[in-house]
Design a protein around this ligand. Structure first.
Ligand SMILES: Nc1nc2c(ncn2[C@@H]2O[C@H](COP(=O)(O)OP(=O)(O)O)[C@@H](O)[C@H]2O)c(=O)[nH]1
Ligand SMILES: [Mg+2]
Length: 318
């Protein structure tokens, strides 16, 4: 037992306390909710930057460059790398650690990899709460790297203050593919590996998709920036666009905070209600039985849900 409460050690920026707090939240260990409650009042200052894109696009390399630039500007940084591999297979997580080692001895940079599997309450929740910990620890900027595929990842990025979508030459030159995917969430496009053949074509393809959209007067039109993460070319331009967006979105910053607040509340409520229904309203194992009935087509899920809601309400009416 440590004499100083964990929340206070987090507030002091103690890296070991931060690491421990994130583990508690990630594992949904006892005390996770109390911890989140304890630090919440100290959050709300950090700027959340989402970096998303296909595996191998150079996101981690780019994040590493962004961190270096931002450190030069004196900002303290937290990085959450959401990795597609499990922590047991190592691979990409180890890769991220090694790549980020340049910052390993810098107390103002905290880097954490998170696995995409094994979060009972969902990856978006775990990531959001890890970001809260880093926010409470006083990090100015929190970068969240995700692979832009699943709904979880899209949810993560949607709750960030800004989203950079990383593309590479060749991939996504097909306009349809661009339209279908994560285009809608991009505040800035980075065409990384600009040293490769076809970068201008990719920029043009993204521009042509943007040209199909109508932007209200004064609305933000996502810029497309060419980067070369391995050499650092274009990274200063990318950061300049981040700053420009931040200024542009400043009047709406409250509404982004609100989106995040609503997302969080709805998520917690859903979880709480489900837990309540499973543990208090239904008998042990009853949910499984209902699922069996539905899967055997003897019961439809709508009637089943109605029945469960009615039973829940009945419990509280005399
Ligand atoms: N040629 C070239 N390679 C790059 C560039 N950026 C990253 N890479 C390489 O692409 C590979 C994947 O990079 P990584 O950052 O792990 O991609 P992530 O999966 O998106 O995080 C690595 O071998 C990087 O060295 C770039 O701008 N140009
Ligand atoms: Mg990566």
């Amino acid at each position: 037992m440590n004499a100083v409460p964990l929340a206070d050690r987090i507030a002091a920026g103690d890296p070991r306390a931060i690491a421990r707090a994130i583990s508690i939240i990630e594992d949904e260990a006892p005390g996770a909710a109390d911890l989140a409650r304890g630090i919440f009042a100290r959050t709300g200052r950090a700027y959340l930057l989402g970096v998303t894109g296909p595996p191998g696009a150079g996101k981690s390399t780019l994040v590493d460059r962004l961190v270096a630039e931002l450190r030069r500007a004196g900002r303290s940084i937290g990085v959450i790398a959401v990795d597609p591999t499990s922590p047991f297979t190592g691979g990409a997580i180890l890769g991220d650690r090694v790549r980020m080692q340049a910052h390993a001895s810098d107390p103002d940079v905290f880097i954490r990899s998170m696995a995409t599997r094994g979060h009972l309450g969902g990856l978006a929740r775990a990531t959001g709460e890890a970001a809260l910990v880093l926010d409470a620890a006083g990090k100015d900027l929190i970068i969240i790297e995700t692979v832009g595929v699943g709904q979880d990842e899209v949810d993560i990025v949607r709750t960030a203050d800004i989203s950079i979508v990383v593309m590479v030459p060749g991939a996504g030159d097909d306009v349809q593919a661009l339209k279908a995917g994560i285009m809608e969430i991009a505040d800035i496009f980075a065409v990384n590996k600009a040293d490769r053949e076809g970068a201008d074509r990719t920029v043009a393809a993204i521009d042509s998709v943007l040209a199909l959209q109508t932007f209200a007067p004064g609305a933000w039109r996502p810029p497309v920036v060419k980067t070369e993460a391995t050499t650092g070319r274009g990274v200063a331009e990318l950061l300049a666009e981040v700053e420009r967006f931040r200024e542009h979105a400043r009047p709406a910053a409250g509404s982004r905070q609100r989106v995040r607040a609503e997302f969080r509340l709805r998520e917690i409520l859903q979880r709480r209600f489900m837990q309540h229904i499973e543990h208090t309203v239904l008998d042990p194992g009853e949910l499984d039985g209902i699922v069996d009935e539905i899967s055997a087509r003897r019961l439809d899920p709508y009637s089943a849900a109605d029945m469960i809601v009615r039973r829940t309400l009945r419990k509280y009416t005399v």
